[in-house]
Structure formats: C-alpha cells, structure tokens
Design a protein around this ligand. Structure first.
Ligand SMILES: Nc1ncnc2c1ncn2[C@@H]1O[C@H](COP(=O)(O)OP(=O)(O)OP(=O)(O)O)[C@@H](O)[C@H]1O
Ligand SMILES: [Mg+2]
Length: 507
C-alpha cells in the first residue's frame, strides 16, 4: 500500500469538521546552550490540541515532552533557544508575546500541574492561603477593568517590542553561527571561503538594521496609540469608581435615616461595606468561599479544617489535588499535566486520573497529558502523540495508536506496559535514547530497533499518512519496505483487549 508522505515540518492533518483547535504547535524546535554544545531537545514538533479533548504526549525520559510544554507555558530556562516554530493560542503566537502578556495568558487560560506537587507548593504557607492568594492578587476588579480596556493596544505594543527583540537576537545568533564557521575554516586553512562568510555577516547586519528601522517606526505608532487608550481607560475607571462610591454613599445615607435598633443598624452598615468592597475587588471572604468549593470539588474531605493546614499534613495524592485546585481557581481553558501521577502509588494514580477526566468534562477544558507510560493513558486519551528524540514519531487517535500502532518505537512502548491479566514478561526497550548533542542522522530509533533497515541510518523518514487521523514516521511504511509485523506480544495484547471490549459490549 502506498501512503501519502509529508516532509518535516509537517502539518498535522486537517482538523475534523466536528473539532475546534484550541492550541496549535507548529514546527517547534528548541535547543539548549551547554558547555558541551547545543542540545537539540525538540526538533520540529507539530500538533493540534482540540477543544475539550485529552491529548497525551508519551515518550521515554529525555524525549522532549517537558521542554515542549515549557515552551507553551513560557517557562523555558535561560539557556534555551527557540530555533523555529510557533505556538498559536487564540490567534496569538505565544513564542512571540512578551513576559507580561504571557503571564496573563498563562495564569488565566493555560494552567499546569507538575509531577512533584511539593515543588509547586510553598511548604511554610497554609494550604488555604495558597489557594486564595492568586484569586486575591488577580481579583482587583478596577485593575482588571482597566486592563481589559487597554488589552488590544497593550498586546499589539508588547508584541511589536518582542518582534524587534527577536529581529536583533536572531541577527546576533546567526552572526555567532557564521563566526563559528569562519573559525573552523581558518583551522582547516580554507581561507578562500572566508570572504563569502564575511559578506554574509555584512548582509545580515544590513538586513537587520533595515528591519529594525521599520519595526521601530511601527513601535512608535503603537506606543502613541497605547498612551491615548490608557488615558481614556483611566477616565473610564475613575468614572466607574465614582459611580460605585456614589451608590455606596446613597445606601449609607438611607441606612442612617432608617429607624431600627442600633445593633441591627450596625450589622447593616457592615453588610453594605462588604458589598461595596466586593464591587472593587475579590474579598478574602469571597476567595475563601470559592477555595472551599474548589477543595470539595477536587475531593478533599473536610475542606474547612484542611484550609488551615500546611502541605506536610497532606498525603502525596491530596497534595496533587491541592495543586489541581489551585490551577482550577483560574478557570483555565487548557490544563497541561506533566506526569502528575508518576510519584503516586497505583490506586491514588487512578483516582487522580479519574479526577482530571471529570474536571475536564465539568469545566470544559482541553488537557495535554504528559507521561512516559502508555499504560497510564489508555483510558483517558482521545489522541496520542508519541515522542522520540525530540520528534513526534506517531500521532493518532487513541484507537489508532493502541489498536493499529505503526512505529517500532510505539510497539516497543506497548510491549513494555505491564499486563495485569496475562502476567507476561515485560519487554524493556533495549539500549538508551540518543545523545541530543548529536542527534542521529536517519531514524533516531534505528540503533535500538530490530526493524531497522539500511535507509534508517541514512535518511530521516517523512511522516506517512496512514489515515486522515493517523501518522507515523517510519520507513517501514514505505511501499518499498519489506513487510514487517509488530511484535507478537503487542499483537496478542491488542487481540485480547479487542476481544474484551467486544465481550463488555455484549454483556
Ligand atoms: N536547561 C537545560 N539545559 C540543557 N539541556 C536540557 C535542559 N532542559 C532539558 N534539557 C535536555 O532536553 C532534553 C529533553 O528534556 P525533557 O525534560 O523535555 O524530557 P522529557 O521528555 O520531559 O523527559 P522526562 O520523562 O525525564 O521528564 C533532554 O535531553 C534534556 O537533557
Ligand atoms: Mg519531563
């Protein structure tokens, strides 16, 4: 059978008519500068996250799962460099927005929970305070009103600042690379090739400054627009404050005039004051009420008592529930879970997975679930992306990946899932992942795969489109390749689970 192939950077299929994309990652490449050289951690990753689905990213340690998601969250370490690609969320490329803007998006719309809940909790702060803190910080209604008024102009301005920065830093980066090449040429005594390189540097510099002038002019325009909008917004906020205060004064006055016992009147004054403050910001009382509600929702018994306890008084599973509660208070659209259950024992793990599944449905969230264990995600993934050595090597619906896996690496992952029923011997994946300082030339998995052919050591496989939902990057799918069967342990398991599913249907 001949499949359509897609070269890197590949787009990842048409979005089905009944799906809506929330987040699009395209051709993302990230490297880290280290003393040994550049670590190519992510090498051209593309995927879509659909609304209200769970996309699972699976792969061994070091395959680039966390780095990909840290890019989405804007929390890459300082030695990281975005070599290429985009992360588009609500029409904006998150790799290009400024820190401030990112913080707003991150906190409010994209939430993340990590493997080790202790590291994201403050050990010396009561749980309740940790849950309410963000709500109170972000709960200044007047500031939020002001921010919403200037939002579009602010984003446009900040994006432009960032574009100018990118233009400048890309120039620096390219020149550095060329200078490195010149050094090598000098060493190899190939001096005649140097003038061309110097010319290249000059033309990069010229192009950068030409673009810089353009970008700066536009930046000036945007700055003026932002200043005008801010002035207008300040006026509107002032008017709103005045209106709220005015209403408060009217209420106080009419209370003063009313005849009632002093104690009752005092209570009414307090009530009016609370109402007034509540119009200006999220009050501690409001935040606490909401925190207790969320704590109950994530399954923490006795939230009233637990509210005043410290992280060490909670078990691992309960701590992870707290972290989920904190993420939930911001009502995110997208929840990224980076191995949230790895540190937990199996029963607790199942409970947390169930909780994430339930919250996804009730809060209409889209979830990116990262794990090294395909077995964990069988019951929660809508779609699966299998990552190896910084690339997605197989991508499809859960049924595609679990029932008709096509990449030898996916086969290897599937054979290493412990099978509770058959008590079969586990097949560990032989060898170790490649050193990403020197990514292999062809199929990165070839060294560890008994299916490797000579082409695998020479040429990177393209993505083969097995179906409109299912893609895999392996030369085995090429029409010239000899027919290869998946390992028996995998095909037997698939047959068994299909049989079980069928029986369950008939029951
Ligand atoms: N700050 C850094 N400096 C240098 N290299 C880094 C840095 N952070 C990550 N890397 C490298 O990037 C690669 C991908 O790392 P990443 O954390 O994304 O792996 P992962 O798939 O999440 O693995 P794990 O299952 O262990 O969490 C690894 O080779 C790692 O060593
Ligand atoms: Mg990780």
């Amino acid at each position: 059978m001949e499949y359509k192939t897609i070269d890197y950077p590949f787009s990842v299929g048409e979005v089905p008519a009944d799906k809506e994309t929330v987040l699009s990652v395209r051709n993302l490449a990230i490297s880290f500068k280290t003393e040994q050289g550049y670590v190519h951690a992510v090498r051209g990753v593309s995927f879509d996250l659909y609304k209200e689905e769970t996309l699972c990213i699976v792969g061994e340690s070091g395959s680039g799962k966390s780095v990909t998601n840290k890019t989405i969250m804007g929390i890459l370490p300082r030695n990281a460099h975005i070599d290429s690609g985009s992360v588009v969320y609500e029409g904006e490329d998150l790799t290009k927005v400024s820190e401030d803007e990112f913080h707003r998006i991150r906190g409010a719309k994209i939430g993340m929970i990590f493997q080790d809940p202790l590291s994201s909790l403050n050990p010396i702060m009561k749980i309740g305070k940790q849950i309410t803190e963000e709500m109170i910080i972000n709960g200044d209604h007047m500031k939020n009103y002001y921010d919403s008024l200037i939002n579009d102009e602010f984003i446009a301005y900040k994006n432009q600042v960032r574009l100018r920065e990118i233009n400048r830093s890309e120039c620096k980066h390219s020149i550095k690379v060329i200078k490195g090449e010149i050094k090598k040429l000098k060493k190899a005594k190939q001096n005649d090739e140097i003038p061309a390189k110097l010319e290249q540097i000059a033309s990069i510099k010229a192009e950068t400054s030409r673009k810089d002038v353009e970008l700066s002019a536009k930046l000036k325009e945007l700055r003026v627009a932002l200043a005008a909008k801010s002035k207008e917004a300040r006026k509107l906020v002032k008017a709103k404050r005045k209106e709220i205060k005015g209403r408060h004064n009217v209420n106080l006055k009419s209370l003063l005039g009313e005849k009632m016992p002093a104690r009752k009147k005092w209570a009414k004054f307090v009530e009016e004051h609370r109402r007034y403050v509540g119009e200006l910001r999220v009050t501690h009382k409001e935040a606490k009420e909401r925190a207790l509600k969320v704590m109950a929702e994530v399954g923490i018994p006795n939230p009233e008592v637990r509210f005043n306890q410290y992280p060490f008084e909670f078990s691992g599973g309960m701590r992870q529930r707290i972290v989920i509660a904190i993420a939930l208070t911001a009502e995110p659209d997208v929840l990224i879970c980076d191995e949230p259950t790895t540190a937990l024992d199996v029963t607790i793990q199942a409970q947390i997975l169930e909780l994430i599944n339930r919250l996804k449905a009730t809060h209409h969230m889209s979830v990116i679930f990262i794990t090294h264990d395909l077995g964990v995600v069988a019951n929660m993934a809508d779609r699966v992306a299998v990552m190896y050595a910084g690339k997605i090597v197989e991508y499809g619906t859960a049924a595609d990946v679990f029932y008709s896996p096509a990449h030898p690496y996916t086969w290897a992952l599937l054979s290493s899932i412990p099978d509770v029923d058959s008590k079969e011997e586990l097949e560990a994946i032989p060898g170790t992942p490649p050193n990403m300082l020197f990514p292999p030339k062809g199929d990165a998995f070839a060294d560890r795969s008994k299916y490797a052919m000579s082409v695998d050591y020479k040429k990177e496989p393209p993505m083969f489109e097995i179906s409109p939902t299912h893609y895999a990057a392996t030369w085995l799918l090429d029409s010239r390749a000899p027919k290869a069967e998946m390992p028996r342990i995998v095909s037997t398991r698939i047959a068994n689970s299909l049989k079980k599913a069928k029986e369950a249907k008939h029951e």
